[in-house]
Design a protein. Structure first.
Length: 605
């Protein structure tokens, strides 16, 4: 089957429209233009009538504004006459003027419904008029109650004249707007007449040109039709091959009958139904009732929704592939009128993908479980370390104390070897005490609450340098401290990091007469990277992995004193800040210790 059945008809139909109907379009457009030219006169006449109605409407508004102004003046005059004379005739005239004011305002409200700006001005006039009428009504009530003298004083003290001038000014402003509209509408009518004349002339010329074009198009139609048919055949072959080459299962059904019109090779391989047996059938004729009803429900849902339908189908049994999981998409293809014509379905075999997802979930659950177990173990280990270290302090103090008492109170009973051995006991007890202190410090770091604020690393290093150099017996080497970027973290813990690293650099470069310590920092790839370098004894990189372990030392205590916990403390602090630490060195050429902290845009307190 060389043509993609449901889609081929659409392509051929489009080619027929574009290839063989230009001439017909030309004649049709020419006739349409001719008719349009005839209609233009009627249209313009209608526009003239519409403009005339708008002109009349504007005149009505102008008359309404004049009536309103006159009614307001009449009400004020009648009110003054009533106050001065007390005559009921003036009171009647006043009441009639009040009613005219309200009626004129309502009439203008209806007339100006098409003009929001004028309505806003009318609202202002209404508000001003209401205030004037309220004041007039108050004075009238004074006269009705026999207080004519008070009413006269109220008239003399009133600012009605100023309010009346403001109201008339607003009415004049509205009148100016309406007169401007009148001018523009007359101008629009004149322009419409000019355009009508131009369209008549241009339309006649265009009609003639289109007729000539249609005649020429008829001469080329046969040649174009031949070329179009060849193009259509090539397009159909391409679409057919494209449909077959898609690795996912594709099928096309009629809508709304949902009969199969076409399937590709992948569909045949999965469902093991040859296309010859499938085309023209419904799902009810091909599958078990339950499965057919499920598929039909999906199709109806797609048809009703008018959008892409997505679903996953588990436990699909294929004789060649076993139990499979499919991810399906369905979409309606409409005809030229937008009515459903075809249903295009795509099904992707995601069995392996789902299995991989399940394996990832299982591995994540295992990892989370082991992380929880590790967290519990670490807490128990820290608690154990703290308890053991704390309990060891008392016997160590006793050993050191009794050894001191023996050396001070019974030294005359001991020979030189005995005294030496006592000093060895005391020295080891003190070293053990230092180890316990460092172990407790290491344990406390794991339990300490981490504060996260902006930290001035330059100031922190300066304070560390000052503390290290305070003892008089400390010989400070040349220290070169560069510009250090600020970081976010716990200042006390980060100070401990700097203290341990700089102290180590000074200690291990102490035997070099030209000892030098260098401190640098920079921002690299989202991290603040710092380093402390020295030109001391260095170390063999084969043992670099032991540097940050507890009690791990690469030099004898006799050469360089220490407990072997300092770098372990450095690593724990840096890791707790989400960073990393590493070292580089060469024997007798110095060492460089690096630590990196993540850059945080916000400060956390």
């Amino acid at each position: 089957m060389m043509i993609l059945d449901p889609l081929a008809g659409m392509v051929q139909k489009a080619d027929a429209k574009t290839g063989g109907s230009l001439a017909r379009y030309g004649f049709a457009v020419a006739i349409a233009v001719a008719i349009a030219v005839a209609v233009i006169a009627l249209a313009k006449l209608s526009e003239f009538m519409a403009e005339a109605r708008w002109v009349d409407h504007t005149h009505q508004v102008i008359r309404g504004l004049a009536r309103l102004e006159s009614a307001i003046v009449d009400a004020e005059a009648a009110e003054r006459g009533y106050v001065l004379s007390g005559s009921e005739a003036f009171l009647t005239a006043y009441r009639e003027a009040r009613r005219s004011v309200d009626a004129d305002l309502d009439s203008l409200q209806n007339l100006l419904a098409d003009n929001p700006e004028q309505l806003l001005r009318l609202d202002d006039v209404r508000l001003r008029t209401a205030r004037e009428m309220e004041n007039l009504e108050r004075i009238v009530r004074l006269v009705e109650s026999g207080q004519r003298a008070a009413a006269s004083r109220a008239i003399n003290a009133s600012t009605d004249g100023e309010r009346m001038r403001a109201t008339r000014l607003r009415l004049r402003e509205m009148l100016d707007v309406e007169e401007g509209l009148l001018v523009r509408r007359h101008k629009s009518a004149d322009q419409g007449a000019a355009i009508a004349r131009l369209l008549v002339v241009a339309g006649s010329a265009v009609s003639l040109g289109l007729l000539l074009f249609a005649y020429a198009a008829l001469q080329r139609e046969n040649a174009r039709r031949t070329a179009s048919e060849a193009t259509t055949r090539e397009a159909n072959v391409f679409l057919d091959r494209l449909f077959e080459a898609v690795p996912h299962m594709l099928y096309v059904k009629s809508a709304p009958g949902f009969r199969y019109l076409r399937v590709n090779k992948a569909h045949e391989a999965m469902f093991e139904i040859p296309r010859e047996r499938l085309v023209g059938k419904t799902d009810a004729e091909l599958f078990a009732p339950a499965q057919a009803e499920h598929i039909n429900a999906e199709d109806r849902s797609t048809l009703a929704g008018g959008s892409v339908y997505e679903a996953e189908v588990d436990q699909l049994v294929s004789a060649n592939h076993g139990v499979r999981t499919l991810h399906k998409k369905k979409v309606i293809i409409p005809d030229d009128q937008g009515q459903p014509m075809y249903l295009l379905g795509i099904a992707e075999d995601i069995t392996e993908h789902k299995a991989a997802q399940r394996e990832i979930i299982r591995l994540n659950e295992t990892l989370e479980r082991r992380a929880r177990e590790l967290e519990i173990t670490n807490k128990e280990l820290e608690s154990f370390t703290y308890s053991v270290s704390h309990d060891l302090r008392a016997p160590l103090r006793a050993i050191n104390g009794f050894a001191l008492m023996l050396s001070e109170d019974h030294a005359d009973k001991l020979d030189d070897e005995g005294r030496r051995l006592l000093n060895v006991v005391r020295s080891n007890a003190q070293r053990m005490g230092a180890l316990i202190d460092d172990l407790l410090a290491f344990s406390r770091i794991g339990r300490a609450t981490l504060t996260r604020i902006d930290v001035d690393m330059g100031g922190l290093v300066a304070s560390v340098m000052q503390e290290i150099g305070e003892p008089k017996d400390v010989v400070m080497p040349a220290c070169d401290v560069g510009s250090l970027p600020a970081a976010v973290g716990d200042p006390a813990l980060l100070k401990q990091v700097w203290f341990n690293l700089i102290s180590n650099a000074i200690k291990y470069s102490g035997k070099n007469r030209a000892a030098r310590v260098e401190v640098r920092g920079e921002r690299v790839n989202g991290e603040c990277v710092y380093r402390v370098a020295d030109n001391g004894v260095g170390f063999d990189m084969r043992y670099a992995d032991k540097l940050f372990g507890v009690f791990q030392r690469l030099h004898r205590v006799e050469e360089f004193p220490g407990t072997g916990v300092g770098l372990a403390i450095v690593q724990r602090i840096v890791v707790r800040h989400g960073g990393r630490v590493w070292a580089e060195g060469k024997v007798n050429e110095g060492a460089t210790f690096h630590f990196a902290l993540p850059i945080e845009e916000r400060v956390h307190g």
